[in-house]
Design a protein around this ligand. Structure first.
Ligand code: ADP
Ligand code: ASP
Ligand code: MG
Length: 814
């Protein structure tokens, strides 16, 4: 015989029950089919009971919803000819349910016993309706009320089998006499010796199926659910999770105990002693292999088999100097919790006698607190012990695997991964089974923790990068294009999975938690909500994704003022915006400090020389022990363009105009021509070389006439260039007479920086600098005479985007 169990989603509606029928029908063996309540009905029943007990009339609405679910399912499933019998039976059961709820409403109270009675209607009705449907479909099926077979104690809500001998005998006896090929039973429900309805705990239908399987020595127990097996982590939270093909009873038990809801923890116990295989299968994808749970210890060599978590955890601690020396404190502590029927999920390994700390379900916290404070009232009054300390909004995450105990370094890997992702660990415990390592963390960090650990232990070191991009103009749109082109390469070759989660321009912003499609991001963005920098940050922060990177492609000071918020929340920042790094030294150094403190890289390679690896090279030189003696550079693509094209055949005005029109200058060309842009760049290089400098310390001798510098709009500016053409021609002539070219040069030496126009003689490294190229010479202790030279295009949207992209990839390899 086989036992097949179908969970709530599998029987949530007529369509799904049709799938269940096909699975059952294809089975050759004699079968016990255990079903849950229709998906969501148990919650509705509990809610109705609660509303009624609080005198809330809404319970009637909830009841009507429950009624409607069942009646409409019958009407869809069962042919009209057979409907009336089923409808009248179900209606009379629903009448009783309504009366029970009415009772609770009038009394304004609900006892655990009445609650179980009410809740049992979920499985009672579902199993009856499904059995009638099977019969109507011509299957050789019958119905059995499982309360006749499973006998429990009266621990309502989570009753335990009172006597396995008796329960097993009742089950065996029933099936040996039963002639039907298929028997449909409700899971989760049982009855006490006195015959009152009881339930086995939320998710307990799995357990019913396992008890029946063990009693009849079934050849297999199949758990049919809404996912294709037991996964390496909850697939609803970790997209990359994979079904585990084979797993041992012990590992499965540990995973389910630590929250893998796909299997109710007590389920394994009954089948384990009989060696019955459990298969977990997907009702909605019956051909997928699923998971097989057997007694075989895993042999595939993987140490960590799965990661699970329990939400809704609180820590309670008892501490006080007076605890040392008082005998039996721990005994009393645990005893009092046990009497209050509170189960302890995790005990921390306290090495001192000063404190005891345990994790429990948050729902039990008030009872636990009161019970312990009462127990230790005397010691607390003497101030030997402090009143119980409660910490809430926590969760437990656990790594599970049979062979973990033999492997050193797993916990190191686990905790360093969590640490790198800024997940704060409250408490650590290594299970005595040595089959798990668990940690208590903040509830809000669960998704991030699961995903980072999953990445570390299961994804062959693939790393997901989550990008939030502000500014999608010239540079930003090129960046998105490059990411789209390179995505596959990065995944295959660098094991980086780059996803764009949020984008914004000055008008709108758009997020897709699964990654924005880069094919039609423009349309998506224009349909997005109104742009708002604070809301953008709040969203990035609340998503709390691992490896989040904020990318600033704007030139806005308001945006650069938000970097500190990102970095303080462990969100990396990549930017081509120079404002932050050339602002007050205190601000620059604060951002550097935050980046280090919160483990969030702050990269701005494109601040100098667009895509050229200037800052990165500088950092490598310094990191490897070299010392910067002097930097000489042409750092303005626009000024280089201007002076490469200006001569005695052209006018300064026309060349600047051309540079502006071709996009080589800032919209306000004065920013380039005044030298301020170059001053900011050399300032950043000086700071990155380890010098404390501010912009007003940089010597900047402008070549523009004062009148041009003082203009306040582009028209006046260009007019002033025409007016002063003669002085520009003089500049040219002075250089040409010495066989030299004009170059706007930035220099840093002995802690001092300057920018200005220079005559560059033939033979100098700068002499033949083409078009809008940049060049940097690093004179260092290791390169004292022949400098290290970096040269190439220093402006343009494409190269700037590729520089930003390179920073993103750097973070990926961080
Ligand atoms: P059923 O109603 O069929 O009993 P449950 O909701 O009780 O289904 O259990 C299935 C759910 O368990 C999945 O939808 C998934 O969200 C959750 N789950 C949690 N951890 C895991 C895991 N490690 N593997 C598979 N599912 C898991
Ligand atoms: N219907 C019950 C619940 O929702 C039992 C189960 O589905 O396993 O908890
Ligand atoms: Mg379940």
């Amino acid at each position: 015989m086989k036992v097949l169990k179908f969970g709530g989603t599998s029987v949530a509606n007529a369509k799904n029950i049709g799938l269940v029928k096909n699975i059952v029908k294809n089975n050759k063996n004699k079968t016990a089919v255990v079903v849950s309540a229709f998906g969501g009905v148990t919650d509705l029943l509990l809610n109705a009971a609660k509303q009624a007990s609080l005198h809330k009339k809404e319970y009637k609405k909830t009841f009507l919803e429950i009624e409607e679910r069942h009646i409409s399912t019958i009407k869809e499933l069962i042919p009209v000819a057979n409907q009336s019998k089923v409808l009248s039976k179900v209606k009379s059961e629903l009448n009783i349910l309504e009366t029970l709820l009415e009772g609770a409403f009038f009394i304004g109270e609900i006892t655990p016993k009445l609650s179980d009675k009410i809740v049992s209607y979920g499985e009672l009705l579902s199993s009856y309706i499904i059995s009638e449907y099977f019969i109507a479909e011509g299957l050789n099926a019958n119905y059995k009320d499982s309360r006749d077979l499973l006998k429990t104690n009266t621990n309502y809500g989570k009753a335990a089998i009172y006597s396995f001998n008796e329960t097993n005998m009742l089950i065996k006896d029933f099936f040996s006499k039963n002639k039907s090929k298929i028997t449909v039973l409700g899971g989760f429900i049982a009855s006490s010796i006195k015959g009152d309805s009881t339930t086995l705990g939320r998710g307990g239908s799995d357990y019913t199926a396992a008890i029946i399987a063990a009693a009849i020595d079934a050849e297999n127990l199949e758990i049919w659910t809404d996912v294709s097996g037991m996964f390496t982590a909850n697939p609803k939270l970790v997209k990359q999770a994979k079904a585990i093909e084979d797993i041992s009873y012990q590992e499965a038990m540990e995973l389910s105990h630590f929250g893998a809801k796909v299997l109710y923890p007590p389920t394994i116990q009954p089948v384990l002693s009989k060696g019955i295989t459990i298969t977990i299968k997907n009702t909605f994808d019956p051909d997928s292999k699923g998971t097989t749970i057997t007694k075989n210890l895993n042999k595939n060599g993987k140490t960590v088999r799965g990661i699970s978590h329990i939400d809704n955890i609180s820590l309670i601690s008892l501490e006080g100097s007076g605890m040392v020396g008082i005998p039996g404190i721990s005994k009393r502590f645990f005893e009092v919790l046990s009497i209050a029927q509170i189960s302890i999920v995790l005990i921390t390994q306290a090495s001192s006698e000063h404190s005891i700390c345990v994790a429990i379900n948050a729902d039990d916290v008030l009872v636990a607190e009161e019970a312990i404070n009462n127990e230790f009232e005397y010691e607390i009054s003497l101030k030997k012990i402090k009143p119980v300390l409660v910490e809430s909004n926590l969760a437990i995450i656990a790594l599970v695997g049979d062979h973990m105990k033999n492997h050193q370094g797993l916990s190191g890997k686990m905790f360093s991964t969590l640490g790198k992702n800024n997940v704060n660990i409250r408490v650590i415990a290594q299970g005595s089974s040595e089959r798990n390592i668990s940690a208590v963390i903040d509830k809000t960090d669960v998704k991030k923790a699961l995903n980072s650990l999953h990445e570390k232990f299961f994804e062959e070191n693939t790393k997901q990068l989550n990008l939030f991009i502000m500014g999608v103009g010239n540079v930003g749109s090129k960046l998105l294009h490059q990411i789209k082109q390179q995505k596959k390469y990065l995944k295959e070759n660098l094991k980086l999975n780059v996803r764009v989660i949020g984008i914004s321009n000055s008008r709108t912003m758009f997020f897709d938690e699964d990654g924005i499609s880069l094919k039609n991001w423009e349309t998506l963005l224009s349909s997005g909500e109104k742009a708002n920098k604070e809301a953008f940050f709040d969203k990035v922060n609340s998503l709390n994704y691992r490896n989040s990177i904020f990318v600033d492609n704007t030139a806005s000071d308001v945006v650069s003022n938000t970097y500190a918020d990102y970095l303080s929340n462990s969100i990396s920042v990549v930017t081509c915006n120079k404002i932050a790094c050339s602002s007050q030294y205190t601000n620059y150094s604060k951002l550097k400090y935050l980046a280090q403190k919160y483990n969030a890289p702050f990269l701005f390679e494109t601040n100098v020389g667009a895509g050229l690896p200037i800052i990165d090279t500088l950092k490598h030189l310094i990191a490897s022990g070299d010392k910067i003696l002097k930097i000489q550079a042409v750092l303005s693509g626009s000024l280089n363009f201007v002076f490469n094209n200006f001569n005695n055949q052209t006018t300064f005005h026309d060349v600047v105009k051309q540079a502006q029109e071709e996009g080589y200058t800032e919209p306000d060309p004065k920013i380039d021509l005044s030298g301020i842009d170059v001053a900011r760049k050399i300032l950043i290089l000086a700071r990155e070389s380890g010098y404390k400098l501010d912009i007003d310390e940089i010597k900047n001798k402008p070549f523009l006439p004062l009148e041009s510098l003082n203009t306040t709009n582009n028209d006046d500016f260009f007019a002033s260039l025409i007016k002063h053409e003669a002085s520009f021609q003089d500049m040219y002539k002075a250089a040409a007479e010495k066989d030299s070219k004009l170059k706007y040069v930035a220099q840093f030496e002995d802690g001092k920086a300057s920018v200005g126009l220079q005559h560059i003689p033939k033979g100098h490294d700068f002499y033949n600098l083409e078009g809008s190229d940049n060049i940097v010479l690093f004179f260092t202790e290791r390169y004292p005479n022949q400098p290290m030279i970096i040269k190439g295009a220093g402006a343009g949207a494409d190269v700037t985007a590729s520089g930003i992209f390179a920073d993103i990839v750097r973070i990926g390899n961080f």
